[in-house]
Design a protein. Structure first.
Length: 66
């Protein structure tokens, strides 16, 4: 999930099965390296018990360093 206010966003929200997956998706979307961004973890992933309901993806906000 990407929130953009312009064609060149300064920050985006991303989610993934893990925090690392969410970061990688955001870096690919922004087309930058990890050293060029600040990552804020909104929520970490939660696993459902024995594969049952309750699983939630990790959510992060990635902002370009100024």
């Amino acid at each position: 999930m990407v929130n953009e206010s312009t064609n060149n966003p300064k920050s985006i929200e991303s989610d993934g099965a893990t925090v690392e997956e969410a970061i990688q998706k955001a870096l690919k979307e922004l087309n930058v390296g990890r050293s060029s961004v600040v990552v804020k973890v909104v929520s970490e992933e939660k696993k459902g018990l024995f594969g049952m309901e309750g699983e939630k993806p990790a959510k992060i906000i990635v902002s370009l360093k100024e």
